[in-house]
Design a protein around this ligand. Structure first.
Ligand SMILES: [Zn+2]
Length: 537
């Protein structure tokens, strides 16, 4: 049954001055899902904190940091959390840019996570509906990972204020997805016991919709692995018969894998880059390295394909009289999200609703979709999505190492509406909205949902119990988590150091200064929404 929920009516039971994201009627299914009591107060505090949310979103956007190099991000966020009473540990799991923040005591322990790293070569001016790098060739937030910590921190501060006032027991933990684009840390956090004693993980990720799911998520898990071949150098022309080329081994390995693809299940995804192919043509390469992502729908199939890849690597070494070694760079278990928490979160999603987009936001979204030659020019979504149940037929796609967390503790991912449909993933077009009012409003709406779900977990002991019953009796009854990383695999913390080193000075000229400028768009001199390139015909 459809009905109209007039939020004006909700306003009656709220203190004056409440700033809900939406002040128009929204259409909902079933019984009226109102934010009442402490949830309504949390939404009010989140609304009052929109300036902070915007500053976090814009600051992280301006830092433009790649995985394992999120040091400005770490400095900024940990100082902010410490100044708000959180205890912060830096460099956890031997990862220098990581951190762990906690406040409170006792149960439940609620851990809020979100990724913070960017994408190579995706530097992009925000708020303009065309391609314009801020720094040519530099990294940027071409995934939108600058927004999730703003959601979590805003939600955490609101709930903390209420917990202090009401003397509610519980512990709030905030943690970052470091180097998520390399899926290279969450399995390490899990291995090192970071989620032991945690009752629930609420993870947040940018999207163009407001949605949560339960069960196996769409997409894959993966093993990220580098193979390094060792050969023998020689003069490429003088005495090449003395050489044994490590690059030959890499090329033969890749040829073999590409032939093998035909006989792999179509749900698999695999890709590689050659990170070291030798130094110069007249020196037979004595070292060469190729880096693979091996993705599949289930952990067993990932292991099976990884074993095939391993044999192919050994075969390539045999063919070239080289030797081969391997190194695990990252890992992501297929994700499985918790049903009871997802259901609770979905009720909050319906109560909060989508942000109220301005005409400028919609004009910007449509101009962007036209520029991207999107299939449909839809503008921004105005309705929340249904609760997503597991697909009957699994669907392939990307991975996220939140999968490893989801097999250690009941976990859900809130996807919040800070981006525009029609973008390309891992691409500058995914950065274009990420420091605009669209990103800010989406993060505020997301924070209201996270805060309300935290209050559900704090106030409703049965929800925590049901979450663990589902985890033990449904999720893990027939499947055991066997991590893809070993006890001794170190995190690949040197990754992206060279790229960041090349661009950091120039990027630092663009760091957002909230003490001088209200918004980052103002600092950049962008008259939002800038639909056409100045000077363009
Ligand atoms: Zn992501």
């Amino acid at each position: 049954m459809k009905r109209i929920l007039a939020l004006v009516a909700v306003g009656i039971c709220l203190p004056a001055g409440i700033a809900l994201a939406q002040d128009e009627a929204i259409e909902v299914e079933g019984p009226p899902p109102e934010l009442s009591g402490l949830k309504a107060e949390a939404a009010e505090i989140v609304g009052d904190n929109q300036k902070l949310t915007q500053e976090i979103v814009d600051s992280l956007f301006s830092f433009s940091e790649l995985g394992f190099q999120e040091f400005e991000t770490q400095r900024y966020l940990t100082e902010l959390l410490e100044s708000n009473g959180f205890t912060v540990e830096r460099g956890v799991s031997g990862i220098p840019s990581s951190w762990w923040a906690s406040w409170g005591s006792g149960k439940p322990v609620i851990a809020l996570g979100s990724d913070v790293d960017g994408i190579p070569k995706s530097s992009q001016m925000p708020g303009v509906a065309y391609r314009q790098p801020m720094v040519e060739g530099a990294p940027g937030h071409g995934e939108g990972h600058n927004s999730g910590q703003a959601v979590n921190i805003t939600a955490a501060l609101a709930v903390k204020e209420l917990m202090e006032r009401e003397n509610l027991p519980g512990t709030i933990v905030l943690w970052p997805g470091i180097a998520e684009e390399l899926v290279a840390t969450k399995a390490w956090f899990a291995r090192d016991g970071r989620y032991e004693g945690v009752d629930a993980v609420l993870f947040t990720h940018v999207d163009d919709a407001m949605v949560v799911s339960w069960g196996q998520a769409t997409g894959t898990g993966l093993v990220s692995v580098e193979y390094t071949f060792d050969g023998t150098a020689a003069h490429g022309a003088g005495d090449p018969w003395k050489g044994r080329s490590a690059l030959d081994a890499v090329e033969l390995m890749n040829v073999a894998w590409n032939f093998r693809r035909e006989h792999l299940h179509p749900l698999q995804r695999s890709h590689y880059v050659i990170v070291d192919g030798g130094d110069q043509p007249n020196v037979v390469p004595s070292k060469a390295t190729v880096w693979y992502f091996i993705r599949e729908i289930t952990a067993d199939k990932i292991r099976e394909n990884f074993a095939t890849l391993q044999r192919i690597a050994e075969g390539a070494a045999m063919m070239t009289d080289t030797t081969v070694s391997r190194r695990i760079v990252g890992a992501a278990y297929p994700r499985h999200f918790n049903k009871p928490i997802a259901e609770a979160m979905h009720r909050n999603i319906r109560a909060v609703g989508m942000p109220e987009w301005s005409d400028d936001d919609q004009a910007f979204a449509r101009a962007f979709q036209e520029f991207m030659e999107a299939d449909e020019i839809t503008g921004l979504k105005t309705e929340v999505d249904d609760l997503e149940a597991p697909k009957e037929e699994p669907e392939s796609g990307g991975s996220d190492d939140i999968g490893d967390v989801s097999w250690n503790v009941p976990t859900v991912t809130l996807r919040f509406p800070s981006n525009i449909d029609g973008r390309t993933g891992h691409h500058w077009s995914s950065a274009i909205a990420m420091a605009t009012p669209i990103a800010h409003k989406g993060a505020t709406a997301g924070a209201k949902v996270v805060a309300a779900t935290m209050l559900d977990l704090i106030q409703d002991q049965a929800l925590v119990e049901n979450a663990w019953t589902y985890f033990r009796e449904e999720q893990t009854a027939n499947e055991t988590y066997l991590p893809f990383i070993g006890d001794d695999d170190p995190p690949a913390i040197e990754k992206n150091e060279a790229i960041m080193g090349t661009h950091k000075d120039e990027l630092s000229r663009y760091y957002y200064d909230p003490s001088k400028y209200d918004t980052y768009l103002e600092q950049l001199g962008i008259d939002y929404p800038q639909l056409e390139k100045p000077g363009a015909e």
